[in-house]
Design a protein. Sequence first.
Length: 256
Amino acid sequence: MHIDLNCDMGESFGHWRMGHDEGMMKHISSANVAGGFHAGDPHTMRKTVRLAKENGVAVGVHSGYRDLVGFGRRELDVSPDEIHDELIYQLGALREFCRLHDTEVQHVKPHGALYMVAARDEELSRAIVEAIQRVDPELHLFCMRESVTYRLGRELGQPVIAEFFADRAYNDEGQIVFTRAVTEELNPEEVGDRVVRAVTEGRVTAESGNDVEVASDSVCVHGDTPGAVELAGAIARKLHENDIEVRPLGRAGQRV
């Protein structure tokens, strides 16, 4: 049995620092690299791609709203056409840095508020899927299983990857409870056990205390969660202890 373990990365900007990219790279298999709209800059993008290449970690674009001030966690009134073009723009930037380091883009993962709005908005999800299909249809699209994005991606023939979020609460509908700021210290052992259960049983305990079904082609742990490196280490260890290999997905149609 195997699973992908992904993390949002390359989110520093100028002198402002976010996340623990070097520490996280030792435990994950896929990096979601900020496209420069919600976070990141060209220098950070190049360094992050190089770091991923050195650690055998696959690379995807983390495309967000044009919202550096709000870190992409504010819902903005942006048209589907703009989201379509801005995704292609961010993907294009990352592809060139990947080419520079002799690697390739594996996936697309919308960031923050864009991810959550698209999960319920068919026009926005369609814009995202069509942007991918027009430039590189072999890219995986990361999203929640219980989302419009997942349903529409399947209908349009786009490879979709259902994510389980290790460090986010769930509601009874099987969706994450979105938050703009994470301050709670999580217990690494408990988080590791939660991930193993989600991967092996397809279930998680929601905020209500009810058990809900979840899908997990890839597991996400956020780099800005307090104690993120310890969480990622515990998750990777617990998966290994349960004979679950952590490895990247590879591009659609390819085997890893």
